[in-house]
Design a protein. Structure first.
Length: 231
């Protein structure tokens, strides 16, 4: 009895018990829900000019062979960000947490670069610390105003034409001229409770492809072969 106790292996016994526990069958559609996919905006829009934007989409519901997704973030590719950084200019960044009208909490990151004033001869375009603070304040104000006055669907539509970046360039021109102002990154911090009705509003043009029912013609009676007579 003592020798049996000395050779007892709890890990092997536990493994045997785990193998004996029956597992519930897993539904494939449930495994897709809440997965996050990252795709290029060029693939979604069919335009290679937007290849530097990476869009994150979260699978919210599965209907047949179609997966209904929702916006879950955005980012720039590394090569795009590196191509924007140059010598003799000041890089200015700002971020702010905003809440849309449909209760999505987002963190938006803005980036911009100084440029030469009209008729400027000097090569460098360095902004002073006080000017950088003023520009950052303007960036936060405009991002907040543009985000809190619309829902998530309308806000995403503003990212593609860079309407927010253009407004920042116009508002900060009196402080210091800016160029290449982008909303470079967006993170979803908090999302409201899932509502299928609102998701279907986002996919307003969605219709499930169920095919077309075809009427099958009645089978024609086969002609009977003539009986062979024995010789």
């Amino acid at each position: 009895m003592i020798s049996r106790l000395l050779h007892f292996s709890p890990s092997k016994t536990l493994a045997r018990l785990l193998l004996l526990v029956p597992r519930a069958p897993k539904i494939a559609s449930e495994g897709l829900k809440h997965r996050v996919f990252e795709v290029s905006l060029a693939d979604l829009q069919g335009d290679e000019d937007h290849a530097y934007r990476k869009i994150r989409l979260r699978a919210e519901d599965v209907q047949g062979r179609n997966v209904l997704t929702n916006f879950w973030g955005m980012n720039f590719t590394t090569d795009k960000l590196r191509s924007l950084v140059r010598k003799w200019q000041t890089l200015i960044e700002a971020h702010v947490d905003v809440k849309t009208t449909d209760n999505y909490t987002l963190r938006m990151f803005c980036i911009g670069f100084t440029k030469r004033r009209p008729n400027q001869v000097k090569r460098t375009t360095y902004a002073q610390s006080s000017q950088i603070r003023q520009i950052r304040r303007k960036m936060r104000e405009i991002m907040t105003a543009q985000s809190t006055s619309c829902d998530l669907k309308e806000l995403v539509r503003k990212f593609i034409p860079e309407s927010i970046g253009k407004e920042i360039e116009k508002a900060t021109s009196s402080i210091y001229p800016l160029q290449n102002v982008f909303i470079r990154k967006v993170k979803i911090l908090k999302a409201p409770k899932f509502d299928l009705g609102k998701l279907m509003e986002v996919h307003g043009d969605y219709s499930e492809d169920v095919g077309v029912k075809l009427e099958r013609p009645a089978d024609e009676p086969m002609a009977e072969a003539p009986a062979e007579t024995a010789a």
